[in-house]
Ligand binder design. Structure first.
Ligand code: SF4
Length: 319
C-alpha cells in the first residue's frame, strides 16, 4: 500500500507564558513524538478521550498549526517546509470537515456562494465550470438543486453537515480530516452522514482521517485504527486485528466501556478510574500508569516505546 502521509516524531508543545513579562511558565504537551503513516485510499480512525491530542494532530497534518518539531510528509514532501504556492496547492488537496455544522457555515451566505467560495480563494474563475461542479457535488452529497438558493438556517443539522462535506470535497481533494463530524448530530442522522462519507471515499478515491471518541462509529467506518492517549499513539492496527486482538490496557478500557463492540471472546472488563492527567504535567514513565490496572514498578520510571507486535499492529506497553 502506498503512503499518502508519513508523520515522523511530531511534537506540539504550547508555551505557557505569564501575562506581563512573557516569561515561560511551562508547556502544554499536546503531541509527543507521534509517528504514524496514513495509506492512500484508507480511512484511518483516530480515537481517544477529549484532550488526548486528536484534533491537534488533525490540524497539524493539514498545516493549520505549525508543530514544535517533527516531519509531515505528504506524497513524500514535507508540508512544514512548503512555501506560499505549495501551501495553497496543498490546501486544495487536503481539506477539513468541522465538528459543528451550525458554526462552520456563514449564515449570511447562500449555499451556492458557500460552495463557490473555495474556487474564488484558489483563483478559479470559470463560472460555467464552477456551476457544473456545484450541481455535481450537490447531487453527490444528497442535496437538491434548489437548495443552493437557500441559507444555512433553513436546513437541519444533518443537511448542514452535507453542505459542509460538499464544501470540503468541491475542489477534488485527495485527503479529508473529518473531526468528530457526527458528534453534534442526532443519533438517527449520524449513520446517514457516516454512510455518505464511506460512499464519497469510494467514489472520489479519498483518503480520510476520521477523528472520534465513539468507537462504534470508528469501527463502522475505519480500515485502520489508532488510539491516542495524552498526546501519544498507544496502539494502532488494522480494524479486524484491532477489535479481535487489542492489547493496550487503555484500548481494553475504551472497549470495555462499549460492551457490545468487542469481538474478543470471554473478554474481562477493564475499568479505568480517574480523569485523563493534565497535559501540562504528564506523569513520568508510562503516561497511563496512574490509571492502569496492570501497572507495575517499571511503568512508573520508564517510558514504553511503540513496538510492532505483528505486522501493522503496534502497541506502547511493557506487557
Ligand atoms: Fe499499564 Fe505499564 Fe502497560 Fe503502561 S506500560 S499500559 S502502565 S502495564
Amino acid at each position: 500500500m502506498k503512503k499518502l502521509f508519513e508523520v515522523k516524531n511530531l511534537n506540539m508543545h504550547y508555551r505557557i507564558t505569564d501575562g506581563i513579562l512573557g516569561n515561560t511558565k511551562g508547556y502544554i504537551y499536546a503531541l509527543n513524538n507521534v509517528s504514524i503513516d496514513i495509506y492512500k485510499n484508507e480511512i484511518m480512525g483516530l480515537v481517544g478521550e477529549s484532550g488526548s491530542g486528536k484534533s491537534t494532530f488533525g490540524n497539524c497534518i493539514l498545516n493549520l498549526i505549525m508543530p514544535t518539531s517533527g516531519e509531515i510528509l505528504f506524497n513524500g514532501k514535507n508540508i512544514l517546509t512548503f512555501k506560499r504556492k505549495q501551501l495553497k496547492d496543498f490546501r486544495k488537496k487536503a481539506r477539513l470537515i468541522f465538528q459543528n455544522p451550525y458554526m462552520s457555515l456563514d449564515p449570511r451566505m447562500k449555499i451556492y456562494n458557500i460552495l463557490e467560495e473555495p474556487f474564488i480563494i484558489h483563483g478559479i474563475k470559470d463560472k460555467k465550470l464552477i456551476k457544473e461542479k456545484i450541481y455535481e457535488i450537490i447531487s453527490l452529497t444528497g442535496l437538491n438543486n434548489d437548495d443552493i438558493y437557500r441559507y444555512p438556517h433553513e436546513f437541519s443539522g444533518g443537511q448542514r453537515q452535507r453542505i459542509a462535506i460538499a464544501r470540503a470535497i468541491i475542489l477534488n481533494p485527495e485527503f479529508i480530516v473529518a473531526d468528530e463530524p457526527v458528534s453534534a448530530l442526532d443519533v438517527s442522522i449520524q449513520a446517514q452522514i457516516v454512510n455518505l462519507l464511506i460512499d464519497l471515499k469510494k467514489h472520489l478515491n479519498l483518503t480520510m482521517l476520521f477523528i472520534s471518541h465513539d468507537l462504534s462509529i470508528v469501527k463502522y467506518i475505519s480500515d485502520r485504527i489508532a488510539v491516542m492517549y495524552l498526546g501519544e499513539i498507544v496502539e494502532t492496527a488494522k480494524k479486524e486485528d484491532f477489535f479481535n486482538n487489542y492489547k493496550h490496557p487503555y484500548t481494553q478500557a475504551l472497549l470495555s466501556a462499549v460492551p457490545v463492540i468487542s469481538e474478543k471472546k470471554n473478554k474481562s472488563r477493564t475499568v479505568i478510574s480517574g480523569e485523563i492527567p493534565s497535559v501540562q504535567n504528564p506523569p513520568e514513565g508510562c503516561k497511563f500508569h496512574k490509571r492502569c490496572p496492570f501497572a507495575f514498578e517499571r511503568c512508573k520510571k520508564e517510558h514504553p516505546e511503540l513496538k510492532e507486535i505483528t505486522p501493522e499492529h503496534k502497541v506502547r506497553c511493557f506487557l
